[in-house]
Design a binder for this molecule. Structure first.
Ligand SMILES: C[S@@+](CC[C@H](N)C(=O)[O-])C[C@H]1O[C@@H](n2cnc3c(N)ncnc32)[C@H](O)[C@@H]1O
Length: 225
């Protein structure tokens, strides 16, 4: 196994191991940046673009699908982590399926088609995301939108060199019982732009939700068409 696929495997395994701790953290609204701005920002972006049928890629325990459901948006959520998908199904009557990105790349229509929106909310964690982004183009209508929310590179960089590379998330800021560290691939803003552009998407808008008090940038939202 290559180092690359080894890390991708570790990402998936970490979510299986941490699924219950993550579900508790989301239930108890423990992620400060999500509370402060990023949850509302992604919901409002979907509403602003008037998306009616959305594919939630890497949906986790399904909070976004539930939030969008309250706005009348039809959502299909997919995630590799069977435990998180089970939690999502328990929590709402929405449509959730355990499907990994590798399966989506091999068979893009496995997730359905004719979406007018696709959302990847903090769910693009690996280095090789081009094949997945390209496969998503087959599931969306011609003028549909892809919304990617990720940690803001300037804030996540934490005074380390501002270059792409692997980092490790230990979930230290969350009270729960996170047993497995998660590798994740840090990208600069220009690198996000290049990845998305070379996968056949055009970035039509960038948003940078900030903390309402400190004004620190919390996330980056790339809106693509
Ligand atoms: C930080 S969580 C975000 C979950 C959700 N989007 C949210 O906003 O709460 C990242 C999610 O990406 C999923 N994920 C990571 N790698 C994946 C892969 N290769 N295939 C499918 N899902 C994956 C994980 O299982 C996890 O649920």
């Amino acid at each position: 196994m290559t180092i690359q696929s080894d890390r991708e495997q570790q990402i998936r395994q970490s979510w299986e191991v941490n699924a219950d701790a993550w579900t508790r953290a989301i239930d108890q609204n423990e992620v400060a940046s999500r509370r402060a701005a990023t949850d509302e920002a992604i919901v409002q972006a979907v509403v602003r673009y008037q998306l009616r049928r959305v594919l939630d890629v890497g949906c986790g325990e399904g909070w976004l699908a539930r939030a969008l459901g309250k706005q009348g948006v039809e959502v299909v959520g997919v995630d590799a982590c069977g435990t998180l998908v089970d939690r999502a199904i328990e929590k709402s009557s929405g449509c959730f399926r355990a499907i990994g990105y590798d399966e989506m790349i091999a068979n893009p229509l496995i997730v359905g088609q004719s979406y007018d929106g696709i959302v990847c909310n903090f769910s693009l964690l690996g280095e090789e995301i081009g094949d997945l982004l390209r496969s998503l183009r087959q599931t969306i209508i011609s003028d549909g939108h892809l919304l990617i929310q990720t940690v803001h590179p300037c804030t996540a960089c934490q005074q380390q060199p501002y270059v792409d590379g692997w980092k490790t998330e230990n979930f230290d800021n969350l009270g729960g019982d996170f047993k497995a560290p998660m590798p994740w691939y840090f990208r600069t803003i220009s690198s996000w732009f290049q990845q998305v552009s070379k996968s056949g998407w055009t970035v039509v808008e960038l948003e940078e939700p900030i903390h309402p008090q400190t004004k620190i940038p919390l996330s980056l939202i790339l809106i693509c068409q």
